[in-house]
Design a protein. Structure first.
Length: 568
């Protein structure tokens, strides 16, 4: 246990104490500091508020509640902004190239401001997908007392009594293209799917990462699945402000909380929930920021022993707010801890261990339909599977929740980029049995590793969700379902085997045996490799050019701050 700290403003005293800091204090007086405030711990409150997405439109209200909590605990809070990109709005076009890039910009901004201002602690408030890992990477790099606050899940939309969310709209587009619904129905879905503030409602990437962060111990219990609207979320935000002051008093830093065992807890919860494949990318990146060695093999190992229990969207029936009503993540974690699937001795931002926190959690009721009992799971192992083979020597990620068929062999239909593939789908050129290959969408090749929700939504809408395989060196949205494989590494742009596939090549996806095989001889692949050349990037300068130059492989978390280790 870390030693308690007697000086709560040790870090910020660098800018507040002594005569030579009179100019610094003068600036701070202008923003509200008074004589007695300079001895208090100063907490940075990073708000990802934005009007560009419902995920973040309410975050400043939560940031103000965090600030109130800090001040009630005799601290001083200073709010600052960081960016967001709306994945739902960026999806399906060139804008999505900037989504994963935003994770790094968010991390850089949290680190930059908190380091420059010498905050004693930090609370980050995030909503849309990349806010969560971006804030956590920044927190990891800083390693000062910190708490994460999630903006919360959106309430379901309703249309004629049917619950809707953003994925409903993407799939409705596919249904309309296939002639299964008329334009009036598409219009109804569009206008009713998003009723107000909050992040996408199912166990998609935002709710997956919020749940993982809570399980990791970096958010207060119940933070992740609470609705974005309502008093409970506001009160929990205040408690987060108070909690960071207690962490300073107890000298508990992220490095004390985010241990290897804590990451194993997070992965266990993600597997039980049937969470987004993006958790692999993001948890590895967060682990790197704090110096913990986490690999795709850890996901594979934990997936083998943790059953899929949650009947949550996209492959299931229920939304994140439904899980909150029956006890939320603490109730799920209590079930897993009792089954000896979690490490109960891990420290958390409450200042207590996981086991101590869960003594306060209500157990799941026996008659609720959302979380299955351990002896009757939806699937006996985790739904996230790491595949390897001659097509993915460094690994790839598949999600098999809700699928009746988890193996597929078929001819490749190859597309260099998402747009070409989407055009082929709209023109009904993809047939049952095909394996759609979308390449040059990796971290470097995209650049930016786009998500393919528009693609998968269109395939599902056309009724091809389980009869077509889909491979990419890009990513999939947490809202994706179907026989899809992403994060294929090495990516095409660096000479990975996915860049050598030709139309008609036979490919096998076998999630049962964890294999991804291209049925082409080694000699033929060697011959093709000699003829292969990377594509010329259309981004010679700017943020995408910087990102492409710095970013690591998807199997390494697609991080941008390990360039010092690059071979010269």
């Amino acid at each position: 246990m870390p030693k308690k700290s007697n000086q709560l403003n040790k870090r910020s005293s660098m800018v507040t104490e002594g005569d030579k800091r009179a100019p610094n204090r003068s600036m701070m007086r202008a923003v509200g500091f008074k004589d007695g405030d300079f001895k208090k711990p100063i907490i940075g409150v990073a708000s990802a508020w934005s009007e560009i997405t419902p995920c973040n439109m309410h975050l400043n209200e939560l940031a103000e509640r965090v600030k109130s909590g800090v001040q009630s605990a005799n601290g001083m809070a200073q709010t600052f902004g960081t960016i967001t990109v709306s994945d739902g709005i960026a999806m399906g076009h060139e804008g999505m190239k900037f989504s994963l890039v935003s994770r790094e910009v968010i991390a850089d901004s949290v680190e930059t401001v908190s380091s420059a201002q010498r905050f004693d602690g930090v609370v980050t408030v995030g909503g849309c997908d990349k806010n969560l890992p971006g804030c956590m990477i920044g927190i990891g790099r800083l390693n000062i007392p910190a708490v994460f606050v999630y903006g919360g899940a959106i309430m379901p939309g309703l249309c004629h009594g049917e619950p809707l969310d953003i994925v409903s709209v993407f799939e409705a587009v596919g249904q309309y293209d296939a002639g299964k619904i008329n334009h009036a129905r598409l219009d109804e879905v569009e206008k009713n799917a998003i009723p107000g503030p909050g992040s996408c409602g199912g166990m998609y990437t935002a709710n997956t990462m919020a749940s993982a962060i809570e399980a990791l111990g970096m958010a207060l219990p119940h933070d992740s699945c609470q609705p974005a609207i309502g008093q409970p979320k506001r009160l929990l935000s205040e408690r987060a402000g108070q909690a960071v002051i207690e962490l300073i008093k107890k000298n508990i830093t992220p490095r004390d909380i985010m241990t290897k065992k804590a990451f194993e807890n997070a992965i266990t919860v993600v597997m039980a929930l049937g969470g987004s494949t993006n958790a692999v990318l993001h948890l590895i990146a967060i682990a790197k920021s704090i110096g913990v060695k986490l690999t795709i093999d850890d996901f594979d190992r934990i997936s083998d022993k943790v059953p899929h229990l949650a009947d949550l969207k996209p492959s299931g029936k229920y939304a994140a707010v439904d899980l909150d009503r029956i006890g939320g993540i603490p109730a799920v974690m209590k079930l897993l801890l009792d089954a000896k699937m979690l490490h109960g001795d891990c420290m958390t931002v409450t200042g207590m261990t996981v086991r101590e926190n869960l003594k306060l959690a209500q157990p799941l009721s026996k008659n609720q339909p959302i979380i299955r009992p351990l002896n009757n799971p939806l699937w006996p192992t985790g739904p996230m599977v790491i595949l390897r083979g001659n097509l993915a020597p460094e690994g790839a990620v598949a999600k098999i929740s809700g699928l009746k068929v988890i193996t597929h062999t078929g001819p490749a239909k190859v597309f260099n980029g998402e747009e070409a593939a989407y055009d082929a789908i709209q023109k009904r050129k993809i047939k049952a049995g095909d394996v759609v290959v979308i390449r040059y969408e990796g971290p470097k090749g995209g650049p930016g590793m786009r998500e393919m929700l528009a693609i998968t939504g269109a395939l599902v809408g056309q009724g091809l969700g389980e009869s077509v395989g889909l491979l990419t060196d890009g990513r999939f949205s947490g809202g994706t379902h179907g026989l899809v494989v992403g994060h294929i590494s090495p990516e095409a742009q660096v000479g990975g085997p996915i860049g050598l596939i030709k139309n008609g090549d036979k490919i096998t996806i076998d999630a049962k045996k964890k294999k991804l095989e291209l049925h082409v001889s080694a000699a033929e692949l060697k011959k093709r490799k000699k003829q292969w050349k990377p594509i010329v990037s259309p981004y010679p300068k700017g943020v995408l050019a910087k990102y492409a130059y710095l970013v690591s492989s998807a199997s390494e978390g697609a991080v941008t701050d390990e360039f010092a280790n690059k071979k010269k």
